[in-house]
Design a protein around this ligand. Structure first.
Ligand SMILES: [Zn+2]
Length: 225
């Protein structure tokens, strides 16, 4: 990713979603964003178009841009696509991982292990996402890397919407086991561990969280009647 103003806007929007400050369905007003980022309307439009391409924002004609609300079905499809793509990425990674690549992965694990209760949810999500992107970079299939970039961004939105606890974020211990398998050159084990890790991540997403708010609304209506 380039370090343009558009990328800055994208990262801020994604961080706010991951931090659960920016909720699904929230309108992202162009004029307001121009003020926040001190940039042009054209730059805002480009950033919003890119976020739309990532499936994180919905652009509705004559209404504007809104944070997408991924359904449970769509969310499960995102995880299914990740499992399919990351299985191949993982095998490529094992093939390409020599000492410098293993050192890079280990250095990343040190960063993940340094996370404390004070670390923001956005930062934890960013580190988790980065681990998977490093595997893709080592795998060296740029097309798969691009797909994974979109899918991990959409995962961030899903975890921002439905992940209510830290347990719904990547478990560092699982990343560590994957790195050990890569270091041992065992492609099948690494792919199996990664598949298990992604299933674990999906199973920890609490889709009832949003249904819960609907129940709360229903009970409010009950009181009113
Ligand atoms: Zn992970």
């Amino acid at each position: 990713m380039t370090n343009s103003i558009e990328q800055k806007i994208i990262h801020h929007v994604l961080d706010a979603i991951a931090d659960q400050k920016l909720h699904a369905g929230t309108k992202l007003g162009e004029q307001e964003l121009v003020g926040v980022f001190s940039c042009s309307r054209a730059q805002i439009r480009r950033a919003l178009a890119m976020l739309t391409g990532y499936g994180v924002i919905d652009l509705i004609p004559n209404k504007g841009a809104f944070v997408s609300t991924p359904s449970e079905r769509e969310s499960r499809h995102v995880f299914e696509a990740r499992r399919a793509i990351e299985a191949t990425i993982c095998k490529n990674t094992v093939q390409n991982a020599k000492s410098p690549e293993i050192a890079r992965l280990r250095a990343h694990l040190v960063e993940e292990n340094a996370v404390t209760a004070q670390t923001s949810r956005a930062e934890v999500l960013r580190l988790s996402r980065r681990f998977h992107m490093i595997l893709a970079e080592i795998g060296q299939n740029d097309v798969l890397g691009q797909y994974l970039e979109e899918l991990t961004l959409r995962s961030s939105l899903i975890l921002g919407c439905y992940g209510t606890q830290r347990s719904s974020l990547c478990a560092t211990g699982e990343h560590e086991k994957i790195v050990e398998a890569i270091e041992g050159g065992d492609a099948d084990l690494a792919a199996a561990l990664l598949d298990h890790h992604l299933s674990h991540l999906e199973n920890d997403v609490d889709f009832s969280a949003r249904r819960g708010s609907a129940t709360a609304l229903a009970s409010i209506l009950d009181v009113a009647t």
